[in-house]
Design a protein around this ligand. Structure first.
Ligand SMILES: Nc1ncnc2c1ncn2[C@@H]1O[C@H](COP(=O)(O)OP(=O)(O)OP(=O)(O)O)[C@@H](O)[C@H]1O
Length: 326
């Protein structure tokens, strides 16, 4: 579990001061994947670097696995850091070491015996599907394979939490998907808690249970991804379901945006409604997203007919969110 309380980070002094984080509060429960989403300069890197104290917050506290890391220094801080793995956008592998030697590096620092190191490295490479590449050098690997090495190395000390700093930003979409699948698999199989930062909504959508949106150093929204996606006015939903700019309803028709979640996303609600209330339905745009096990969708449509108010009441009764555009 990670708890971030009232964290503020100010860089520089006097005239050149930058407030990178301003009263940030968030909690990542044990075994969850939590995504912090934000644009360039929002403070994402600063936030994640504060969790393992690569940056020290100017004020506020950070607790990892029940231990307040912001209160630690010296040896106890170094020990606490071993419980925190981290992966990076540029992989940060040692180019003069083989894959196996890269993964073994944190174990060497821990003073593990050669025999134990060898067994653990084999286990870790198998976990990330890279047994075959143990003896090659990073330069001979693809980006996705390099990140797999990064993940194996980050897990070497069996950390309680994994921090991911834009780990898929340098990868193509297909490789990104494979690496995210691996992270989700590790989360499910080992109960690994993951805090990741990203500027990509697709990453949050694919693997995060919860998300926070960071803007100008402040968290402006946070919650379960599926809950936020089902709230049409949330920033997350607006970014997930971009809407056409202007709705110009034809005379006698009503333009509506309907948000549906869970079970009713897959039922033939609209055809039933159109028949029952004798409506003409003209779909303007629509999208259904799979968020975890849930399907959440938004549909813009034009309804025409005498029973439009009854049809809207029918949809609302089914638990759909219906917004009527003027
Ligand atoms: N070492 C530093 N010294 C001074 N200012 C810094 C330093 N590191 C970051 N900043 C500033 O703090 C703010 C937040 O930066 P940060 O790198 O955390 O954002 P980010 O969301 O990770 O952006 P990006 O996605 O571009 O990496 C920015 O205004 C940045 O210029």
């Amino acid at each position: 579990m990670i708890r971030i309380e009232h964290v503020r980070k100010v860089y520089g002094r006097g005239e050149g001061t930058v407030v990178a984080l301003d009263d940030v509060n968030l909690e990542v429960p044990q075994g969850q994947i939590f995504g912090v989403l934000g644009q360039s300069g929002a403070g994402k890197s600063t936030l994640i670097r504060c969790v393992n104290l690569l940056e020290r917050p100017t004020s506020g506290t950070i607790t990892v696995g029940g231990q307040e890391v912001t209160a630690l220094s010296g040896r106890s801080l170094r020990q606490a850091r071993q419980r925190i793995g981290m992966i990076f956008q540029q992989f940060n592998l040692l180019t003069s070491r083989t894959v196996a030697e890269n993964v073994a590096f944190p174990l060497e620092i821990m003073g593990e015996s050669k025999t134990k190191r060898r067994a653990r490295v084999r286990e870790l490479l198998s976990l990330v599907g890279l047994e075959e590449k143990a003896d090659v050098y990073p330069a001979q690997l693809s980006g996705g394979q390099k990140q797999r090495v990064g993940i194996a190395r980050a897990l070497a000390n069996s950390p309680d939490i994994l921090l991911s700093d834009e780990a898929t930003s340098a990868l193509d979409p297909q490789t990104t998907r494979a690496i995210l699948d691996l992270l989700r698999d590790l989360n499910q199989r080992m109960g690994l808690t993951i805090l990741l930062i990203t500027h990509e909504m697709s990453v949050v959508k694919q693997i995060c249970h919860q998300a926070a949106i960071l803007e100008g150093g402040r968290i402006v929204e946070q919650g379960r991804v599926s809950t936020l996606a089902a709230q049409p006015d949330s920033r997350l939903a607006r970014s997930l379901f971009p809407r056409p700019e202007n709705y110009v309803a034809r005379p006698g028709s009503t333009v509506v945006t309907i948000t549906f979640a869970g079970g009713n996303a897959s039922e033939p609600v609209f055809s039933t409604m159109a028949r029952r209330f004798e409506l003409d339905v003209n779909i303007l745009s629509g999208n259904i997203e799979a968020i975890g096990d849930e399907r959440i969708g938004q549909l813009q449509a034009e309804f025409a007919g005498e029973q439009v108010p009854d049809a809207l009441a029918y949809l609302r009764n089914l638990g759909l969110h219906v917004e009527v555009h003027a």
